[in-house]
Design a protein around this ligand. Structure first.
Ligand SMILES: N[C@@H](CCC(=O)N[C@@H](CS)C(=O)NCC(=O)O)C(=O)O
Length: 209
């Protein structure tokens, strides 16, 4: 049994989607970051960086912060969504790290400046939107002629997908990125993705282009 500490954000959803895909039993615990619950001392013990998501594996007692780290852990625990060795494994980790260092922090800034604080910082809006378009371009080129970012559907797709699901917040027209659009809509139809999207609570349907 996995305890998942999460909220209704892309970083949270990538873990609930992975848990649903892997069929691992889990209990979701809400950490409302709008109410600063991520700063409570109990949560700090599990997530020293005060950020969701985090997990505790009751089988092993291991607690982990940083979704990239525990997506690898969960995949290794089950032997699924990440190959055991060789180039295919590192290709998945490569694109997982691309999400952790690229779309995660950059799209997060787009949400901050373009959706929530529009008009307050034109330089930041321009900078992060330009970076978002560059990253969408990278992903679109990667997906040209292929179904998934690595060899098979993997934790890398699962990590990237929830960030693309906020394309409306990012003012991105997915028609400009046809390979991303095809990949996004295919993954959106997976039952595990639809279930994981609504954890820890249902705040609406998956946005479709
Ligand atoms: N690299 C971290 C990022 C986690 C992160 O930024 N989480 C956000 C929500 S998506 C958060 O907890 N924000 C709370 C805050 O800014 O205080 C991961 O992937 O786990």
């Amino acid at each position: 049994m996995i305890d998942l500490y999460t909220w209704t954000t892309p970083n949270g959803r990538k873990v609930s989607i992975a848990l649903e895909e892997l069929g691992l039993p889990y209990a979701a615990h809400s950490v409302d970051i709008g109410k600063d619950e991520q700063f409570k001392p109990d949560f700090l013990r599990i997530s020293p960086n005060n950020r969701i998501p985090a997990i505790v594996d009751r089988d092993t007692g291991l607690s982990l912060m940083e979704s990239g780290a525990f997506l690898i852990y969960l995949a290794d625990k089950t032997g699924r969504l990440l190959q055991r060795a060789g180039e295919p494994r590192y290709r998945v980790i490569e694109w997982l790290m691309w999400q952790m260092g690229g779309p995660g922090p950059m799209f997060g800034q787009v949400h901050h400046f373009v959706k929530y604080n529009k008009g307050k910082a034109p330089y930041a809006e321009e900078r992060y939107l330009k970076e978002a378009h560059r990253l969408y371009g990278v992903l679109d080129r990667r997906l040209a002629g292929r179904d998934f970012v690595a060899d098979e559907y993997s934790i890398a797709d699962i990590a990237i997908w929830p960030w693309i699901s906020a394309f409306e917040w990012q003012t991105i027209d997915l028609n400009a990125y046809p390979n991303v659009k095809r990949w996004y809509t295919t993954i959106a139809k997976r039952p595990a993705v639809q279930r994981g999207y609504k954890v820890p609570k249902d705040v609406g349907e998956i946005p479709m282009p």
